[in-house]
Design a protein. Structure first.
Length: 138
C-alpha cells in the first residue's frame, strides 16, 4: 500500500477518507531575444533545405538498394565499412514519449491534504498579505 504525506503540513493523507491533491509547478525562462543586425548573421534557409533534402535522398537511396535498411547496415558492418556518415539518416532525434534528462526536466509536484489545498488556493505564492486599515473620513 502506498502512503501519501502532505508536503505542507506533513500529515498522512488517507485516500479512502478524502481526496489527495497534487500540485504541479512548471517554471519557464522567458527572455527577450536580442535584435540581430542584418549584416551580423545571414541565414541561408534554401541551402539548409537543400542539405536536408540531399541527406534524405541519400537515406532513401540506401534503403532502395536492399529490401530492409537493417539488412544493408548488417552487411556493411560485416564487411567492416565505415558507416559514420549514415548516423543521421537512421537515428531518431527523440523516441516517442521519452524525456531527455538534460533538456526536458520533469516538473516538481507536491501532495496536499484538503486543508492545505484550500489554503494554497487562497494564496498560491504564500505571500504575506498586507493588513488593510480602513480609516473613517473625518
Amino acid at each position: 500500500m502506498i502512503h501519501y504525506t502532505c508536503d505542507r503540513c506533513h500529515r498522512s493523507i488517507d485516500t479512502d477518507e478524502g481526496p489527495r491533491y497534487i500540485v504541479h509547478i512548471d517554471v519557464e525562462v522567458v527572455a527577450v531575444e536580442p535584435v540581430l543586425d542584418i549584416e551580423e548573421e545571414v541565414v541561408d534557409y534554401l541551402s539548409d533545405l537543400n542539405d536536408a533534402l540531399e541527406q534524405e535522398s541519400l537515406a532513401s537511396a540506401i534503403c532502395d538498394e536492399t529490401d530492409e535498411p537493417l539488412d544493408y547496415l548488417h552487411d556493411a558492418l560485416s564487411r567492416g565499412d565505415d558507416i559514420d556518415h549514415l548516423d543521421s539518416a537512421f537515428s531518431p532525434s527523440h523516441p516517442a514519449g521519452m524525456l531527455d534528462e538534460d533538456t526536458d526536466p520533469i516538473p516538481p509536484s507536491f501532495d496536499l491534504c484538503p486543508q492545505c489545498y484550500a489554503k494554497y488556493m487562497k494564496n498560491p505564492l504564500s505571500r504575506e498579505r498586507s493588513l488593510k486599515l480602513h480609516f473613517s473620513n473625518n
